[in-house]
Design a protein around this ligand. Structure first.
Ligand SMILES: Nc1nc2c(ncn2[C@@H]2O[C@H](COP(=O)(O)OP(=O)(O)O)[C@@H](O)[C@H]2O)c(=O)[nH]1
Ligand SMILES: [Mg+2]
Length: 137
């Protein structure tokens, strides 16, 4: 069934000139980009986006990282794209993410407090709907 997901190219991905690489992988997989914009999010938007993480010990460093520069927000469409993009992205930790995935190929541990892992992808169709409403108001 056709669905949509939210992809973010995080500030590390933008700084490292990886926007095109991320977009190319989405397009090569056959998913469609149906909306896209540059965003410099504020704290309240990020608190809403990461509502399940606000009480975690790593949240302050996550917030600092996510506010460290502009991001690209992308609305991506396709059959089972939510699960499909998570698979393209790879697991959260870029050091152990599988080679072939975005995080596995392009991310690494830089020794910073935050886990810099190039992209975000919604983790369920429910999250996708919620997050797309936040980023594409
Ligand atoms: N410093 C730190 N950052 C984390 C940790 N877990 C997650 N993060 C960051 O918070 C984001 C959201 O976490 P999560 O939803 O668990 O992972 P994701 O869905 O794979 O992005 C991750 O992509 C990382 O950037 C952690 O244990 N320590
Ligand atoms: Mg998540």
């Amino acid at each position: 069934m056709t669905e949509q997901t939210l992809v973010l190219v995080k500030p590390d991905g933008v700084r490292r000139n990886l926007i095109g690489e991320v977009i190319a992988r989405i397009e090569r997989k056959g998913y469609s980009i149906v909306d896209l914009k540059f965003v410099q999010p504020n704290e309240s938007l990020l608190r809403e986006h990461y509502e399940e993480h606000v009480d975690k010990p790593f949240f302050p460093s996550l917030l600092e990282f996510m506010m460290s520069g502009p991001m690209v927000a992308i609305r991506v469409e396709g059959d089972r794209v939510v699960e499909g993009f998570r698979s393209l992205a790879g697991e959260t930790n870029p050091t152990t993410a599988a080679p072939g995935t975005i995080r596995g190929d392009l991310g690494r541990d830089w020794g910073t407090a935050a886990i810099e892992n190039v992209v975000h992808g919604s983790d369920s169709t429910l999250s996708a709907e919620r997050e797309l409403a936040i980023w594409f108001k």
